[in-house]
Design a protein. Structure first.
Lengths: 433, 182
């Protein structure tokens, strides 16, 4: 009879939100892995019902303090899809600039304070900062400048308030953006140096045969538009998302898990998927750095997602600089629209991966139904599968070290648990008195 | 002519009950600073008008790190839970030379209202600022004891009443510091 060994992580650290991990093994066989998300569900789709569509960007921004732009912009794109609204190229560029700001601040935080400590056996970003003050300071400065973009474009860094259906409440003045140019010239070089630093880390030799899913656009690195493509050959419009992917409830998580509908299989979203599927769309500078550091194509090592994040920070700085230099204030800052009953959906790329929104709008502009599928929800099943493959390699360690190694793999996904707990399937069992 | 002392006062909080106290106190300070700037306050509080005072509200302590450039004196105002009565004000001085021992412990022992996510409390953020050489030479933390923090709760009567006097105590400290530096 095989001895039963249980490894438990009560509370994952250096992730956003509250979750744990339960692993059960019989001898050297992994019999069960449960990424246990116990943070209370947040019912955002319920809150949105009956609300005016003008309120939706500000409400959905509240889903996350790290990636509010992805939530509010996905909502805006879906509303515009429902009502057939087309925006101007100027609005489109400013929206990409907003995404650049969010990717820079979110990735810089994760790379330097949350993930990098794992590669040096440091318990925290603070401990790492004592050993690498210049590198961590550089990361903090990158984060600061990402936030600066959000402040100028969105009115504030956390939960920006300048985004609306049809565009922006106010387009910034040329001088407001031009004064950021020297900072972003610094940022571009800092991002290159930071990426070279993380690429020099010692990575575990571990690969998974992922089905990677991301947006792909004909002309640009995907942020807020494009087809949904995968390494297994999928190529669909956002309207077909719910035919190809579905969500389901598991007892150990208040966040719905996602799978590919056809074969009930897991898939991987995030920077690694984006870079693998869109390497040719990265800026020339970013591609050059990717080649210099020998970033493999495709990369199937989840621990190397930190390098993919670095490459995306370089791209975001490069693109932000380009937009800042060319920007001229424009009017109107948004397009007018009339309410139109209909259903709209959109897929965009949050820092942590593909995010999908669908809204049904009534003729009076109120929301009838909403469906929001965040990246961390989609990655849960993949994380559990990764752990099943990773555990046999680390079993020889004691329970505490094995638990730490499991956490390390989970953190490579930069999970945002608070975002993912958006819904709970509620089963009510009625018994006769 | 010496440069004015650059003081930054940051209120950390959330919209939930007494957790708003940091925001309320710094907003009151901001009003007073504005009045001084407009010379509507007479007599002017000693030395306060010679200090360059910047006031900000933060939702999470990590935001602080973006605002520390050229700051010589940082004041952080935050709600906490303690055995003291509601609205009790505790003044703690961050001692860089002693950050790994008693000072840090003094900070850690207070139960600040922690923001969700990423585990960066005020002590962590100050340690991080210190490790990266970004901590201002003078850091004071004002911990104000709150009693209700539920998401649907209002500010308690005791906190509401005390906001003005709490702000005055902090401004006296700012004045004193500016005076000593000049």
């Amino acid at each position: 009879v095989s001895e039963i060994r249980k490894i438990k992580v009560e509370a994952l650290t250096r992730v956003e939100g509250e979750g744990g991990l339960d692993v059960t093994m019989a001898g050297d066989k992994v019999t069960d892995v449960q990424l246990r998300i116990y943070e209370p569900p947040r019912f955002f789709e319920g809150f949105l019902r009956g609300r005016s569509l003008e309120e939706v960007p500000d409400i959905t921004a509240r889903i996350c303090g790290i990636c509010p732009v992805a939530y509010q912009m996905s909502a805006v794109h879906a509303m515009e899809d429902a009502m057939g609204i087309s925006t101007s190229p100027e609005i489109r560029r400013l929206r990409r600039l907003l995404y650049c700001g969010e990717w820079i601040e979110s990735h810089a935080l994760h790379m330097h304070l949350l993930h990098a400590p794992d590669f040096f056996g440091a318990a925290s970003g603070i401990e790492l900062a004592a050993r690498f003050p210049d590198e961590i300071n550089r990361g903090l400065m990158l984060k600061k400048h990402g936030n600066q973009l959000l402040e100028v474009l969105g009115g504030r860094a956390i939960h920006p308030i300048n985004v609306r259906v049809g565009g922006f409440y106010r387009a910034p003045k040329r001088t407001e953006l031009q004064r950021l140019i020297p900072d972003f010239e610094w940022c571009l070089q800092a991002a290159i140096d930071a990426t070279k630093w993380v690429a020099s880390f010692d990575f575990p030799d571990f690969e998974c045969d992922y089905d990677m899913v991301a947006l792909r656009h004909p002309d640009e690195y995907p942020m807020n538009e494009g087809q949904i493509v995968s390494t297994s050959g999928l190529d669909i419009d956002a309207h077909q998302f719910e035919q190809q992917f579905d969500e389901y409830h598991v007892r150990h998580s208040t966040a719905l898990q996602s799978q590919k509908t056809r074969h009930k299989t897991s898939y991987h979203v995030g920077p690694l998927a984006r870079v693998n599927l869109n390497r040719d769309r990265l800026s020339a500078t970013t591609r050059r750095v990717a080649d210099e550091i020998g970033f493999e194509h495709p990369c199937r090592n989840p621990f190397r997602a930190i390098v993919a994040r670095g490459l995306e920070v370089i791209h975001a700085c490069d693109e932000a600089l380009d937009i800042l230099r060319q920007y001229k204030q424009f009017k109107p800052s948004h397009v007018e629209y009339n309410y139109l009953a209909g259903t709209g959906c959109a897929a965009t790329e949050a820092p942590r991966g593909l995010i999908y929104h669908r809204y049904e709008i009534d003729s009076d502009g109120s929301v009838m139904t909403a469906n929001i599928i965040p990246p961390t929800s989609q990655n849960q099943k993949q994380i559990e599968n990764d752990l099943r493959a990773w555990l046999p390699r680390i079993l020889q360690s004691d329970d505490a070290q094995t638990a730490l190694d499991c956490e390390r793999l989970i953190r490579s996904y930069d999970p945002c648990i608070s975002c993912s707990t958006h819904f709970l399937k509620l089963n009510i069992r009625k018994e006769n008195a | 002519v010496t440069d004015p002392v650059r003081s930054l006062v940051v209120g950390i909080g959330s919209p939930f009950g007494d957790d708003q106290v940091g925001w309320l106190v710094v907003n009151h300070i901001a009003q007073v600073v504005d009045q001084i700037a407009a010379s509507r306050m007479s007599p002017r509080p000693a030395a306060l008008d010679s200090a360059a005072i910047n006031v900000r509200c933060a939702r999470v302590p990590l935001d602080l790190l973006d605002w520390l450039d050229d700051v010589s004196c940082l004041h952080v105002v935050d709600a906490c839970c303690s055995d003291h009565s509601t609205a009790h004000l505790e003044r703690l001085v961050w001692n860089s030379a002693d950050s790994t021992a008693s000072t840090a412990n003094q900070f850690t022992n207070l139960d600040f209202r922690q923001p969700a996510g990423h585990d960066f409390g005020i002590t962590d953020v100050l340690r991080l600022a210190e490790s990266t050489g970004r901590i201002p030479p003078n850091v004071v933390l004002w911990a104000i004891t709150g009693s209700q923090f539920a998401p649907d709760s209002c500010v308690s009567g005791a906190i509401s009443t005390a906001v003005e006097s709490l702000a005055e105590q902090i401004m006296r400290d700012l004045s004193m510091f500016a005076k000593n530096q000049s």
